[in-house]
Design a protein around this ligand. Sequence first.
Ligand SMILES: [Zn+2]
Length: 232
Amino acid sequence: MYATDSDELQAARAQLVTYSARLLDDGLAVGSAGNMSVRLGDVVAITPSGIGYADMRPADVCLVTPAGTQFAELTDEAGRGNAETPSTETPMHLAIYAATGAKAVVHTHSPEVIALSASRDELPAIHYQITGLGGPVRVAPYVRFGSAGLAAAAVEALDGRSAVILRNHGAVTYGRDLAQAYDRALLLEWLARTYRLALSYGEPAILSAEALAEVAAEARRRRYGERRGGRP
Ligand SMILES: [Zn+2]
């Protein structure tokens, strides 16, 4: 159990503010749309609802239990507590932590994946880097934002993947830390854009399951080699 004033959680809150600003800079969301969280043991730090990323401070980042109960907030030297409400998508973040080994979750409203979600059921393997997301990325059916139904649909479509596209809504990625979850959100948006560009030439060639399995096996072999000192 992490104390809610631990150094690790303070660092996580600061990191969430930094990455939230990147969400705007990288064009993955506008205004206060999208949200992200980090899990440290029995505490989930999650961005607050309705605060523009430009105005967000680390103290505004909310702390909840994996079951969704908000921690009674500590007050700062001036006696101010955190009066913010956790993200409206908190149920989806918590459902993903419960169903996977995720340590961080990033939810974007990025334009390329939203455009794709309106007309496709899946982002196919236009490039081998999609193995970094577990393979072709499914589009989960539309369910209203903030609902338990959306959380369930996202978890189901994540099976064997670290990314899911939410129809007419956005995307969710997760990772072992916030940096990895965020990089996956960028990769997903890039893959969707690349697929759209490929479609402009006609019907694109899509990598087979065998080709993707070969890439994944080679990536595992190389990672193993790195751990062994560069000699696979
Ligand atoms: Zn959303």
